[in-house]
Design a protein. Structure first.
Ligand code: FES
Length: 115
């Protein structure tokens, strides 16, 4: 699986300063709306669209159980697996994050014709 990697911060420290715990920042890369958050367990990136009915997950909140809760019907999703922890058999799209010497990156899977 190959990825397009997008730099979202110049340094990890900069990301930590900017992204206070359980806050969100939104990006759009290659037409995909991505939300990045930081919890006590690290950085997470996920699609900013609830799989239940399309609400913006970045308007929700994170729990101490490392979940994102949708603002509309309050379904919750595990930030490690993407799977719903309440509400139904849904899952959010997760994007890998890599922290390197020269920045913090989010990966988007390359389409089959791009690899
Ligand atoms: S739209 Fe997110 S739980 Fe319904």
């Amino acid at each position: 699986m190959s990825y397009h990697w997008f730099k979202i911060f110049e340094k990890e420290e900069r990301a930590e300063d900017y992204l206070q715990p359980n806050t969100f920042i939104n990006f759009e890369f290659k037409g995909e709306k991505i939300c990045v958050t930081r919890t006590s367990k690290g950085f997470y990136a996920f699609g900013d669209k609830c799989p239940h009915n399309g609400a913006s997950l970045s308007k929700g909140f994170c729990t101490k159980k490392n979940e994102i809760v949708c603002p509309l019907h309050r379904y919750s999703f595990d930030l490690e697996t993407g799977r719903a922890t309440s509400g139904g058999a849904f899952a959010i799209n997760l994007y890998p994050i890599e922290i390197k010497e020269n920045g913090v990156y989010v990966g988007i899977k390359a389409k089959w014709w791009e690899s």
